[in-house]
Design a protein around this ligand. Structure first.
Ligand SMILES: [Zn+2]
Ligand SMILES: [Zn+2]
Length: 338
């Protein structure tokens, strides 16, 4: 089968790879209908995470089950499924508390930018759609696999409530879908922080009421101005850098909540500033699996269309171009068609 391999920073190749097989009785193998490049794939691509040896890449996927192991009960060959980027049993105490990315059996999904993918713990990880979805829903279902689920968790972690004011730091796909999640959860004011016209437009479409183009301290000052001098009730951090994290903490009102989902890179917070801020911090790898049934249902009934974050679609063979387009910010998010 064809699959994407990262050889070194900036070096993405689509190659012939061995077909994945059932290795454990709890595995499934799925044939991908669509896959995509994640913002977090850009960290190794940019050399900010080391690439020690060439390895298959990609962790966002939807497709049709081809094969299941002997112990798989809830999905069967022929079903269309969506899964999270972490495999989880969905039965341990951590999963049942809604933190499937912390599952005692968790296993990171790799190699999804390919024709076929092995998914461990299939019963706990995959959610089947009722029947085969319309092709126009596939990009939105794919978005649920990570970016929508991650934006959703960020909004939940930031305790977005009906009537709340929300600020979103980061205008990548996750930040934009954090805007959509905040709207769905009933926020009244949603301030998107972005300086790119195309992303601002999509943020408005997803429910942003205000756009702030300033960054750093100026950005914080603008958010405060828009929220009666107090800062937002809920702030979503969807970047993962020192600047974005500080911007999020400082734009939050005393007693407010930060939901952080940008993969943290060299972020350190000053203890005394944090102590004085009175903000709640919650975040980490989003337990997407916990939200999937609800998100799939909203997508299939047409309540939300998160697939709009894909502003470029390429055949899998052109994965290298997809990385380049996202790295240079020519594209928000690229869908790959195996
Ligand atoms: Zn991802
Ligand atoms: Zn578990």
């Amino acid at each position: 089968m064809r699959g994407t391999v990262i050889h070194a920073p900036g070096d993405i190749r689509v190659e012939d790879l061995p077909e994945p097989q059932i290795e454990q009785p709890t595995d499934a193998v799925i044939r991908l209908a669509a896959t995509c490049v994640c913002g977090s794939d850009l960290w190794p691509y940019r050399g900010l995470n080391p690439v020690k040896e060439p390895h298959p890449i990609g962790h966002e996927y939807v497709g049709t089950v081809e094969q299941v192991g002997a112990e798989v009960r809830t999905v069967r060959p022929g079903q269309f499924v969506v899964g999270s980027f972490f495999a989880s049993d969905n039965t341990c105490q951590i999963c049942r508390a809604g933190y499937q990315t912390g599952c005692v059996q968790r296993d990171y999904i790799v190699g999804a930018q390919a024709e076929l993918l092995r998914v461990p713990l299939a019963d706990g990880t995959l959610v089947a759609t009722p029947g085969r979805p319309d092709p126009e829903r596939v990009p939105s279902l794919l978005a649920a696999s990570d970016v929508l689920g991650t934006g959703w968790f960020a909004a939940v972690a930031a305790q977005v409530r009906p009537g709340a004011s929300v600020a979103v730091v980061g205008d990548g796909a996750v930040g934009l879908l954090g805007v959509l999640a905040a709207r769905e959860l009933g926020a009244e004011r949603i301030i998107a922080m972005s300086r790119h016209a195309d992303r601002q437009r999509l943020a408005r479409e997803f429910g942003a009421t205000d756009i702030v183009t300033e960054r750093g301290e100026e950005g914080v000052a603008r958010v405060k101005e828009l929220t009666g001098g107090l800062g937002a009730h809920s702030v979503i951090e969807a970047v993962g850098t020192q600047q974005s994290m500080l911007q999020a903490v400082r734009a939050t009102r005393r007693g407010g909540h930060v939901g952080f989902v940008g993969v943290s890179h060299d972020v350190s917070l000053d203890g005394s500033e944090l102590f004085a801020s009175l903000v709640h911090l919650h975040g980490g790898p989003a337990p997407v699996r916990s939200y999937l049934p609800d998100l799939v249902e909203r997508i299939l009934r047409g309540a939300i269309e998160p697939g709009k974050v894909f502003d470029l679609t390429l055949p899998l063979e052109r994965a290298a171009e997809a990385y380049d387009a996202m790295d240079s910010r020519r594209a928000i998010k690229v869908l790959l068609q195996p």
